[in-house]
Write a protein that binds this ligand. Sequence first.
Ligand code: PGA
Length: 256
Amino acid sequence: MFKQSPKIYLFANWKMYLDYDESNILAHALSGEVKKFKDAITMAVFPGALAFYPVTQVLSDVKIGTGPQNIYWVDKGGYSGEISAEMYRSAGGKYALVGHSERRHLFKETNHETREKLEAALNAGLIPVLCVGETLKERKDGEAEKVVEIQLRALLDNLKWPAKRELIIAYEPVWAIGTGEACDPGEAEKMHRFIYKAALEFLKVEPVMLYGGSVRPNNVADYLQKPHIRGVLVGGASAKLESWLEIIKSALSLKQ
Ligand code: PGA
């Protein structure tokens, strides 16, 4: 059985949904709830850059890790407007999203840049959360596996994975992100199985795999019950306390 740890991974990508005050308020509210789930769940929050530091301070007190939604791959220098992996690490970051589909598609981030970011995250000591997934057209053309394989190869080929660093991969079909149109859990499981095997082949490291794309309180359990899906990466429904608590509750009910 490959489920390495019995903990469920619930990762919250707040995207650009919350301003500074809203981020801090949500972090404080979350920290007040944490006792109820701390042993059963590995939780991480990806806040916006502006509120990253105060949110990290509040959440690290209750053992919730944080990470940036995006990083730049050079540590320091004349790169106006960018924030490096190393800078986030020095502000208390533990994880980093790498290759989120909004970065790939809205900001035209290439597979090559995604690899640079992955290496920067590893060098800074962060745990990267690698995001892969196909567009609707690619799925309709029967190319989902091929596209995801290319993304994984660009990320992982000839990479030396640091000992004891978790390998976390989120399968996030582009068409399911922020659309309310979640991927059928059986289809998601198929893709997770494919990614699991590919990642093992590239790195000889067992990945922890998350599903992302329109996860809601009413569907989260359907994903978590699948054997290759260890957790979820949630956008919209993680940026509101009520729906995030509902998701946690639903995940915890599977442990009983
Ligand atoms: P969503 O986003 O839950 O709002 O669909 C998921 C993600 O982008 O990680």
